[in-house]
Ligand binder design. Sequence first.
Ligand code: PRP
Length: 209
Amino acid sequence: MLNIALPKGRLGEKVYDYFEQAGFDCAEISEVNRKLTFENEEKGIRFFWVKPSDVPIYVERGAADIGVAGKDILLEAEPDVYELLDLKMGVCRMAVAAKKNFRDNTATTLKVATKFSNIAAKYYAQKGRDIDIIHLNGSIELAPILGLSDVIVDIVETGKTLLENGLEPIEDIVPISARLIANKAAFGFKEDKINEIKNKLEEIVESKK
Ligand code: PRP
């Protein structure tokens, strides 16, 4: 059995559609229930739904042979896994945003609120800017509005959330999309199967261009 960790939620459903189109379907998965694992014995695959940020943990530790995770999560957690394919879905960007008319006063430490502390720390270290990271778990946009931070580092997709909260993107950090990842050891002993899946998914990605 090849174990496949999929991110629970909207992205995961799109990802599963790609697997289905690639011939790695699992009829059980569309049944409405609370089950978290689904098998297709004939194809030798088992899917399971996990919290998106947990996908790299399952894959790095080998509980899943392959999985799909956003580049944001991979850059933040830096798991020791192989990144096999850009699925070109869930496309967005990591950006710095602030209140309209924000001016950075470089004489002071910049207060940065984010869910992506590692990405933010690396970004500002490379710029040589002194920062104070305020790690939040959600509703990041609130931080500059309430004066908790000067800026935020967060995902921007359409820009609607920023706009509706009186914020604007001021710097782009990195483009983001969903990636197929593999456990390093599994890629050794299940290479043929993993490559078969990767190649079929790649054909689908190319066909969507
Ligand atoms: C992300 C991000 C923003 C929003 C940006 O949140 O944190 O809030 O999407 O999208 P937009 O530019 O299209 O408005 P997500 O929906 O991933 O949920 P989260 O709050 O759990 O991070």
